[in-house]
Every structure is written in C-alpha cells, then in structure tokens.
Design a protein around this ligand. Structure first.
Ligand SMILES: Cc1ncc(COP(=O)(O)O)c(C=O)c1O
Length: 437
C-alpha cells in the first residue's frame, strides 16, 4: 500500500492511497512510522484520520445519560435518544437504585478515592469485605482486587509467569491477556480458537516447561463460549494449569452467577479465576481468585496491583451491593438469557449473520469496512446504538457491529431494535441471502 504518497504523483497510479481509497487501510497499516519524533504519528495516519473522520465519529460516543437499555447520545451535536445495544451492563445493575444508594452511603462514610496503592495506603474495610465475599462466592481461599479489569489480567499473568514459562493462549485472546505475556517476557504460544487438538499440539511443542493455558468464559468479539471442558481435558493430560478470563461471563452465567466455569461444571478443576467488575457488576475493576499461597505471592509481584491506586471505596461499596443483588436475584440472569435467545432467534430469521454467537454478545457481520461505517451512521440516526468493530480487532471478512442485550431490555426495546436492523441491514443482505442476482 502506498502510505507515503497520499496526494498526487504516486509512482503507481493504480495503488490505493489513504485519500483515494481510505477503506483499503486499517489501523494495522500505521503502526510504524519513519519520524524521528515519537510524538509525531505517521503522516499517512493523520491524513487517513482526516479523510475518515465521518467514520471515526462513531467511536468514543458521548453519553448524556446512564448506560441503560435506552439512553441519550450526543449525536451531531444534539441529544439523540437511542436503544442501547452497546453496553456490558448485562444485569442492569449499573443504575440499580440499591447500588446507587450503597455508593452514596460509602461516599459519605469513606470519601471519594482510596488515594494510594493497596499495598501501602489504599485498602479499606470495604475492600477487605469484597475480597472475602468474592472468595466465598467463588469457592476459593482468597481473592484480590484490581483497579481495572485490564490491569487485573495483565498483572496476574505477568505476576505469575516468567521468561522460561509458556503462555498457551487461544488465538482470540483479549489484548489484556496477550499484553500480560509480553510484560512477563514469557514465550507465547497460540492455539486455534476453542480447538483441543491445536491446544494439545501447542502444549506438546514445549514439553517439560511450565505452562499456563489461557482461555475465556465468553469471547468478547464473537460472543461464543470457551469450550472449557474439552480444553481442560487436554490441559490436564499435560498437567498444565488453566487461567479462565470470566470478564463477560461472571455473574451473568451459571445457575448462581459463578460464570462459564459453573455453566460447564468445571469449577472444581480451575485453580485460578479472573473476572471484571465493569460488566455484569456494572461498575469498574477486576479480581482474581485462587489459593491463598498463590495470591500472597501475586500481591507482591503484580505491578498493576502494587504500583497503582486501589479502587475508590465508593465503587467497592457499589460492587458489594451488585454482588448481593446478582446472587440473590437469579431472575436477572433468566431475563438476560431469555432476551438473548429471543434476539438471536429474530436476527437469524431476518437472515442477519451472527457468526458463532451463542450468548448475549452478538456480532452482526457486515464484512465490508465502508459499508459497515455507512450503516453504522444510518442505525445511529434511526435510534439504534451498536458498536462498530473493525479489522484488526476482527478479521477483514468479519467486520461487524457488535450488539449486546441486557436483562433490562424490554420486548418492546428489542422489537424496535429489530425493526431498525431489518429496515437498515436486510435490503442490503437480501441478494446474497436468497441467491438473487
Ligand atoms: C475478555 C476481557 N478481558 C478483560 C477485559 C478488561 O476489562 P475492563 O474493561 O474491566 O478493564 C475485557 C474488556 O472488555 C475483556 O473483554
């Protein structure tokens, strides 16, 4: 691709440039620039950003209200009501009145910030209570809190693995997990998504090493479950440990909300479990649960834990209440899964490709970058908010919107969303779907 010469005089007139064919370029084309100044991005990126501003506008949307099933965005400079299929507020706890009341109370009793590293100055009684309750809830000896989910994944992997170890990861692993392995300077080995044979081959290539197999409960782009039982069988055969990222599944899956490990009945086989509070808990932060001996060590070797401020007590109090509601009200999960099943079935009937999704996260595959951004504006304009997902986050032919349903969507919300999708996407899909030329 001709990145250097975006205006005129390209050596090869047929070669796409960021100006004449911006859709041919993606973020993966601008990683390396030739500037001597690290603060100066590659000029081609700046030109591409300028030309593609209309599409980039769909990112970093500004909410003027809470992350509820229906909310208001700032769109084209004006308040614009939308049905929200863009939020991980799976159980609707982010704005639950009891959660808000608990946060208010903690603000009164403990103030706003923790104001220091948990190791030296930032731990309150509320933090300790949440550690204890998470450990009890998940059936582990101990649990540790992080001020972000990303930091928790990064910090756990980099805190436990060393140079001579091997992180064996599903090739759809979230960046927080991959960056954890980079920070640990450990060897990373990928296996094909959810493929036990490929995992077996990856483990066999490094016999005699310490392995950590890294998988997810639900994959955040594809919305499919990790095949935990089959993958665990392979890991067990190699005596490898397994780390499960339950970011999108904790509290929202399993009869008691204990995630995909509960859903698949493998809880007792997992020695370390990680998740976030930013999704079904409706708050912020991450946790890891495991043996006391493991976490006693990790507390001193996890950089995002030792060298970063603890969660604000106001957030911890809200999470405690979310945990109480999420565990005492299984009907929230029932509603979430009923909504997911309904929406999925209707999308299938409309002929919209939802990839391998079997959960409340559904890609709506478009496969063409420019069309996806144009349709994204059309949907937003019509009052439906879905997330644009572009390459390299997904393969080029899987460029999509991502839709997440929650327990708080009513049937009317979902039906209205389906009508908008049908009016916007389906005519464009019909010829391919029905083989009409
Ligand atoms: C699988 C997975 N792990 C970790 C994270 C990081 O979580 P957080 O957003 O809470 O930092 C995410 C975020 O979406 C995720 O999808």
């Amino acid at each position: 691709m001709d990145l250097d010469n975006g205006t005129s005089g390209s050596q090869n007139d047929a070669a796409p440039t960021v100006e004449n064919d911006p859709g041919k370029f993606s973020l993966s084309d601008f990683l390396v620039g030739d500037s001597k100044d690290p603060l100066k991005p590659p000029p081609a990126f700046t030109r591409w950003h300028h030309v593609g501003e209309w599409a980039i506008e769909l990112y970093e949307p500004q909410l003027l209200g809470p992350a509820e099933a229906r909310t208001t965005l700032n769109y084209n400079g004006k308040p614009h009501p939308v049905i929200n299929l863009c939020s991980y507020n799976y159980l609707g706890l982010a704005n639950h009145p009891e959660v808000i009341a608990a946060a208010h109370e903690a603000l009164r009793t403990h103030g706003l910030g923790a104001c220091g590293s948990p190791m030296l100055s930032g731990m309150t009684d509320l933090h300790r209570e949440l550690e204890r309750k998470m450990a009890e809830f998940l059936g582990y000896e101990d649990a540790m809190l992080f001020n972000s989910g990303f930091g928790g994944a990064l910090g756990t992997i980099s805190g436990l693995l060393r140079k001579t170890d091997v992180a064996v990861m599903d090739n759809r692993s979230h960046l927080s997990l991959r960056d954890g392995a980079v920070l640990a300077r450990t060897r990373s080995e990928r296996f094909e998504h959810n493929d036990p044979e490929s995992l077996d081959a990856a483990l066999s290539r490094h016999k005699g090493k310490r392995h950590l197999v890294i998988v997810e409960g639900i994959y955040s782009m594809d919305g499919d479950f990790g095949e935990l039982a089959a993958l665990m069988d392979v890991a067990d055969a190699h005596e490898a440990q397994v780390f499960v990222d339950e970011a999108h599944s904790m509290l929202a899956c399993g009869a008691h909300g204990r995630g995909a490990v509960e859903h698949f009945g493998v809880e007792k086989r997992i020695r370390i479990l990680y998740g976030t509070f930013s999704k079904a808990f409706g708050a912020l932060g991450g946790f890891v649960a495991g043996a006391k001996e493991t976490l006693d060590y990790l507390r001193f070797y996890s950089h995002p834990y030792v060298y970063s401020c603890a969660l604000p007590p106001v957030v911890v109090a809200a999470i405690l209440k979310a945990l109480e509601l999420g565990t005492s009200q299984p009907e929230l999960r029932t509603r979430l899964w009923e909504n997911a099943d309904y929406f999925h079935k209707q999308l299938t009937e409309l002929g919209i490709d939802t990839g391998n999704s079997t959960t409340y996260i559904m890609p709506l595959v478009i496969g063409d970058r420019e069309r996806m951004y144009r349709l994204g504006h059309e949907l937003r304009h019509r009052g439906l908010w879905v997330a644009p997902v572009d390459y390299p986050a997904v393969p080029q032919d899987k460029i999509c919107f991502r839709a997440c349903v929650t327990a708080n969507h009513t049937r009317a919300d979902l039906d209205e969303a389906l009508n908008i999708l049908s009016d916007t996407l389906v005519p464009a899909h019909l010829p391919q779907m029905q083989g009409v030329p």
